[in-house]
Design a protein around this ligand. Structure first.
Ligand SMILES: NC(=O)c1ccc[n+]([C@@H]2O[C@H](COP(=O)([O-])OP(=O)(O)OC[C@H]3O[C@@H](n4cnc5c(N)ncnc54)[C@H](O)[C@@H]3O)[C@@H](O)[C@H]2O)c1
Length: 261
């Protein structure tokens, strides 16, 4: 897919971090961007800077996602690109655990598990199915592509750490649906790929103290630092523009393999 001002894109989680970096890169190629996000302040500001549109949305709500696609399409036309970056961490707890002092035994709080699956997995799938249905109303481009979808998992999909049971479940499922979605949509010329980021320097990580970030960076074999949003965006760009890229789950992690904790 050749990027220019005839192409429009929806970026979920586009107000911050990896999504914002991708929106900037796509807009720099002339693509009309729509930022789907909960964060109105950052979303409005970035959309104004990029000449795009901000759509207030919680990806866990079908009516809100429908309204966001309607707003994006009214402003920019039907999107040929969907980049799913909306996601949440947190909910850290063991599958079951024993309190070291009292000996009390606790089960993992299921409501945390459900919340993280709702956002990271079902929110991603909701946007995939609604966007693919919209892309199917367009004619293919001269190079054959009708649309391209990029999802965001995590290296936790493959090496989840102690306490990451819910996050890992959500991201491993995103990895799992990539090939099926690519196969489902292959007859419609829509490609689907997923990025598994390692540890990236985004607002999601900004709450961590500098010493923790430095320690995390030092664990990366090479380069010994956190990844930058521009590096994620460059891989998303390759997945969108390289017509043979399809059905792939790709780690982007400086060769890190996460230890149990
Ligand atoms: N930063 C990392 O190290 C890292 C590593 C692996 C995977 N990831 C994944 O990358 C994606 C982007 O993360 P980031 O680091 O850019 O984080 P971020 O917090 O900077 O950005 C995430 C954005 O998603 C939005 N969002 C969250 N829940 C939403 C919802 N229900 N509906 C709509 N928008 C919602 C937030 O408002 C925020 O703007 C996430 O899926 C995250 O799990 C990040």
């Amino acid at each position: 897919m050749k990027l220019d001002s005839t192409i429009s894109a929806v970026i979920t989680g586009g107000a911050s971090g990896l999504g914002a970096a991708t929106a900037r890169l796509l807009a720099s190629h002339g693509v009309k961007v729509a930022l789907f996000d909960l964060d109105a302040e950052r979303g409005e500001a970035l959309a104004a800077e990029l000449g795009g549109v901000y759509c207030a949305v919680n990806v866990t709500s079908s009516p809100e996602v429908d309204a966001a696609f309607a707003k994006a399409r009214a402003a920019n036309g039907q999107e040929r690109i969907l980049v799913n970056c909306a996601g949440v961490g947190g909910g850290a707890a063991k599958t079951a655990s024993r309190d070291k002092t009292t000996g009390a035994i606790k089960e993992y709080p299921l409501e945390n598990f459900e919340r993280i699956i709702q956002v990271n997995l079902i929110g991603t799938f909701r946007c995939i199915t609604k966007s693919a249905a919209g892309m199917m109303t367009l004619d293919p481009l001269p190079d054959g592509d009708r649309g391209a979808i990029v999802n965001t998992a995590s290296v936790a999909a493959e090496d989840g750490q102690i306490g990451q049971i819910a996050y890992t479940a959500s991201k491993a499922a995103v990895v799992g649906i990539t090939l099926v979605a690519a196969r489902d949509l292959s007859s419609e010329n829509i490609r689907v790929n997923t990025i598994l980021p390692g540890i990236f320097n985004t607002p999601m990580l900004a709450r961590a103290p500098e010493a923790v970030k430095a320690a995390l960076g030092a664990q990366v074999p090479f380069p010994k630092r956190l990844g930058e949003g521009e590096e994620y965006a460059a891989l998303a760009h390759a997945m969108i523009t390289n017509g043979y890229f399809n059905g792939e789950d790709v780690r982007l992690d400086g060769a890190i393999r996460m230890a149990p904790r």
